[in-house]
Design a protein around this ligand. Structure first.
Ligand SMILES: C[S@@+](CC[C@H](N)C(=O)[O-])C[C@H]1O[C@@H](n2cnc3c(N)ncnc32)[C@H](O)[C@@H]1O
Ligand code: SF4
Length: 425
């Protein structure tokens, strides 16, 4: 595998992927699943699926809309959802809270305040649990950042993608570079304890040099964390193009070397941090619990994973949001995936290998009553992509570059079939 450049196929951020979720035969009640995990730590996630415009590359669950009354109706629905869910989650201990999107900061301060009020229904306060929020440069003004500081938000993550106008135009992202610079200056002055910048490589017209120049520009703002994403062009988005694995690999290598030179540590193929002990959005033991409010977000409660249906097109996203706003019962769910023991093992292997400290063999045995299947890793070890040392199976530095390829090896035939069937539908 390592004779060839990696294949930039799929961001294996979670497993199973949302395209493998399906409607359940009968609605599933959440209560028995939450009862099974009582006493455990969990994270709370709020999804705000609205953006001022839809970027050309974006396949995330977000709707191009700033309609205040629609957003108000959406927040009222989140409030209703939280009122129904929070009595069920009383025995969980929330230790992390994230607000993602979309563009959460297109909400007014009053609307953002409502999100913190909704979080309080779960006993979550930003001052007490590690809290993170995503933004894009258009909505990052001093007024809103001051509010977030007052709320004790710890981590701010901003999508920049590139500092070059031609590259932003090429991915149909309409933010002027001057707006990006002002937003970053303002964030820097506010001094959030954790501050992440996202950049993309593989943009049409981008070169290794221009990508490195964007990294250098980003570093001037002293982020504590950077994500470098290879560009994926999914069906249904507004730009077209072909993946050039060789060029992507060259850019990846150049970007990684640049950040390592600047003192950043790599924790996964995409994530680079100054403090490798800081937890982050990818930090995962593979068996984490997550309770979400809002439309489009995933929840993980033991073997039960669920979300509204996957969609990329704007009309489908709009109708899913409209249906969410009309929902009256949030204690039963209709769409998701029930993980078998084998799927849980696959998830554990993927998440620990890609996004954590490696697979601790003794922990795997304790959880699943059997050793890590050695046959799975033998070919990867033979190619120096993975090492088996001191009780842990870890990606090597070279293996990290091949994360997307390696992730594919762990997808079960059933999940693979459901993902493929979704794309054909
Ligand atoms: C949750 S997203 C959105 C953040 C925020 N809405 C913004 O765009 O500024 C986080 C990051 O994923 C990356 N991303 C999203 N879609 C991508 C794609 N198709 N290819 C590569 N990176 C992508 C972008 O860098 C983006 O900033
Ligand atoms: S990339 Fe971010 S700002 Fe652009 S459409 Fe997607 S979620 Fe919205």
């Amino acid at each position: 595998m390592n004779k060839q450049p990696p294949h930039y196929i799929h961001y294996m951020y979670s497993y199973p992927h949302k395209t493998a979720y399906r409607p359940f035969n009968l609605p599933v009640s959440l209560s028995p699943y939450i009862n099974k995990v009582k006493g455990r730590r969990a994270s709370l996630y709020f999804h705000i699926p609205f953006c001022r415009y839809k970027c050309g590359f974006c396949n995330l669950f977000s709707l191009q809309s700033c309609n205040t009354s629609k957003i108000d109706a959406y927040l009222d629905t989140m409030y209703r959802q939280a009122c129904q869910l929070s009595p069920l989650t009383e025995k969980l201990t929330f230790d992390a809270f994230a607000i993602g999107g979309g563009t959460p900061l297109l909400l007014s301060v009053a609307q953002l305040d409502k999100l913190f009020e909704i979080a309080a229904l779960f006993g979550v306060s930003a001052g007490e649990v590690s809290t993170s929020i995503e933004t894009s440069p258009d909505y990052t003004d001093r007024h809103v950042l001051r509010f977030l500081k007052e709320k004790d938000v710890e981590r701010l993550s901003i999508g920049v993608q590139s500092f070059l106008t031609e590259e932003l135009l090429s991915i149909k992202r309409s933010t002027p570079v001057s707006v990006i610079e002002t937003a970053l200056d303002t964030i820097r002055q506010m001094d959030f304890p954790q501050f992440n910048i996202d950049l993309i490589y593989g943009i049409e017209g981008q070169t290794e040099e221009s990508f490195l120049s964007s990294i250098q520009r980003a570093l001037q703002y002293q982020p504590t964390e950077l994500f470098l994403y290879p560009l994926y062009i999914r069906s249904g988005v507004r730009i077209a193009g072909k993946v050039n694995n060789e060029l992507l690999f060259k850019m990846y290598t150049a970007g990684r070397n640049e950040l390592q030179k600047a003192g950043f540590k790599q924790t996964s193929m995409r994530r680079f941090v100054q403090d490798s002990n800081a937890t982050g959005p990818e930090h995962s033991c593979g068996d984490e619990l997550m309770i979400s409010c809002g439309c489009g977000a995933r929840s993980y409660i033991g073997e039960l994973h669920y979300a509204t249906s996957y969609a990329v097109g704007q009309p489908q996203i709009k109708s899913i949001i409209d249906a969410y706003i009309e929902t009256t019962d949030f204690t039963t769910i209709t769409n998701g995936y029930l993980l078998s023991e084998e799927e849980k093992q696959r998830r554990y292997l993927i998440k620990n290998l890609m996004y954590y400290r490696g697979i601790e063999k003794a922990d795997y045995w304790r959880r699943f009553g059997e050793p890590v299947p050695p046959v799975t890793f033998k070919p990867l070890i033979d190619k120096d992509l993975v090492e088996d040392k001191e009780g842990f199976i870890r990606l090597t530095a070279e293996g990290m570059a091949y994360s997307d390829d390696i992730g594919q090896l762990f997808i079960s035939p059933n999940v693979r079939k459901q993902m493929d069937d979704y794309l054909l539908e």
